[in-house]
Write a protein that binds this ligand. Sequence first.
Ligand SMILES: Nc1nc2c(c(=O)[nH]1)N[C@H]1C(S)=C(S)[C@@H](COP(=O)(O)O)O[C@H]1N2
Ligand SMILES: [Mo]
Length: 317
Amino acid sequence: MLIRKTADIPASEVTPKHWYVNRRKFIAGASALGAAALVSGYDLMSEPEHAFGGTAIPGIQKSNLSTTEKETPYKDVTTYNNYYEFGTDKSEPAEQAKNFRTRPWTVTIDGLVAKPKTLDIDAIMKLAAPEERIYRHRCVEGWSIVVPWIGFSLSTLLKQVEPLGKAKYVKFTTLGDGKQMPGLRPGILDWPYREGLRLDEAMQRLTMITFGLYGELLPNQNGAQLRLTVPWKYGFKSGKSIVKITFTDKQPDTAWNTAAPNEYGFYSNVNPNVDHPRWSQGTERRLGEFSKRKTLMFNGYDEVASLYSGMDLKRNF
Ligand SMILES: Nc1nc2c(c(=O)[nH]1)N[C@H]1C(S)=C(S)[C@@H](COP(=O)(O)O)O[C@H]1N2
Ligand SMILES: [Mo]
């Protein structure tokens, strides 16, 4: 995001359903067989292989938290990415993350908790029925997307470790594997990519731990095997390839806040009234569309406003 570039947004002619019929690893019929098949479906997926993106997730439930806005074409969502570990150009992650190993994948949850745990991705995915939540997602650079993410509330995962009363923040650490991530060079960001939320933000029902999109396991470029989705905050708060979640009593440092504290605040709530030094936040362009639309306070997720009552959101940007 430190790089100045005019947005080059691809128009897409992909029909929303194309991906569903010809995914190479579609688990035939599994979705019709209910929860038991769902579990064995996941076990099938745990064979040590590269690039699981494209594997259909069985048993997905629709969420009433979804927007009814038109979904951004799959092709745009999976070829126009910010994921600096795999290059700073929007087209690079789709290419350079192709052979990224997403299995085995574990997430350690530690810090101020009664029961620290390391959980395998298969165990995490079984904690709750996978939900499809169609969320708006806005990048601070001025583009936005509407994506049917698959996952469930982060709170479901966090409750597993019994957070202590002293815990006030949650820190997310993502994978920093220089052998697999060609973008992991000094001078771009201080690696590994780190993010953070206040505990009440992390427990808010919209905050999602995400392992799929468009009915499939996440493509590598979208953050496989596990990412965060925080729809009322700018995209960079939604860290990809999460391997560790730590409960703390102090506001954690984050990769972007460390790199440019005057540009990227800890909160980073979508706010059309507070411009980024280099990008106006008043309007946005949805990938695949030409005209701009107005950006909404909290990206239109009004239910989170109470988390910030009494706070100066210009100062706490
Ligand atoms: N680990 C990691 N997570 C990341 C980033 C990154 O560079 N590295 N980029 C962020 C930014 S700026 C955005 S806009 C979103 C993009 O998510 P998407 O490619 O799925 O649309 O991922 C966020 N998560
Ligand atoms: Mo972003």
